[in-house]
Design a protein around this ligand. Structure first.
Ligand SMILES: [Zn+2]
Ligand SMILES: [Zn+2]
Length: 153
């Protein structure tokens, strides 16, 4: 079951429709992205890597990414390449040590690099304790709060 994430800021910014994690469509989407990557849709590098190593898979879980320039937040399929002997073709997502190549996400607005925002049950985030997990408001640039707010199918 997928999750929904809410980002809110004291300036009034509010969005509770960010997709997160693994939903029902995950096994199908993973196959689909892996096939597209093989055909070159996500760049030559991904195409070559997948052609050279047929055991590589695309991680199709939803994650949040934030632009290092304009602070835009998007929910995207992760797209990292991983290899795992434990993947049964269903709802498996890779451990950190199974990820072999990290996909670089680019901001659709300003073309700067986007960084992954790790979210966990424990830190419904203010980022105060861990600067790596800081979420900035896309509207005013101040520190915002991200938290789980619901489920998707
Ligand atoms: Zn941007
Ligand atoms: Zn704000």
């Amino acid at each position: 079951m997928g999750r929904l994430v809410m980002v809110e800021c004291k300036c009034g910014y509010f969005n509770d429709e960010y997709m997160y994690g693994v939903n029902m469509a995950y096994p199908r989407v993973k196959k689909h992205h892996t096939a597209l990557a093989k055909s070159g849709r996500y760049g030559n590098k991904w195409k070559e890597l997948l052609q050279n190593d047929p055991e590589l898979l695309v991680n199709a879980e939803y994650r949040l990414y934030q632009c290092t320039g304009c602070h835009k937040i998007v929910s995207r399929h992760c797209m990292d390449l991983y290899k795992s002997s434990k993947d049964d073709g269903c709802y498996y997502t890779p451990e950190a040590n199974e990820v072999i190549y990290e996909y670089k996400h680019i901001c659709p607005d300003c073309k700067k690099r986007m960084v992954y925002i790790p979210l966990s049950e424990m830190n419904c985030l203010s980022g105060i304790d861990n600067p790596e997990e800081t979420v900035y408001c896309p509207k005013c640039g101040d520190m915002a709060i991200a938290s789980f707010c619901g489920f998707t199918d």
